[in-house]
Ligand binder design. Sequence first.
Ligand SMILES: O=C(O)CC1=CCC(=O)O1
Length: 91
Amino acid sequence: MLYMVHMQVNLPTDMDPAEAARIKAEEKAYSQSLQRDGRWAHIWRVVGEYANVSIFDVASNDELHDLLSALPLFPYMDIKVTPLARHPSAI
Ligand SMILES: O=C(O)CC1=CCC(=O)O1
């Protein structure tokens, strides 16, 4: 099942920069492990925002929820999930 996920990151302005850097490094490693195994199929920066649009290819709503909940940045994100279906004109 494919999902489009919009993630807006809202780190507190008073967060310790070293702590922010640590969480971002963990986020990158976690994201890249999911990209390598194919479940995080695309990640694109939204121009001008600390946000991304990603495509996930996972087996179920529950699997996606578990993956997103485990994001190191999850406590600092607003996440919108859009399930995708095949377009009838797709070739
Ligand atoms: O920078 C972002 O958009 C948040 C994020 C998700 C995966 C990652 O590596 O960074």
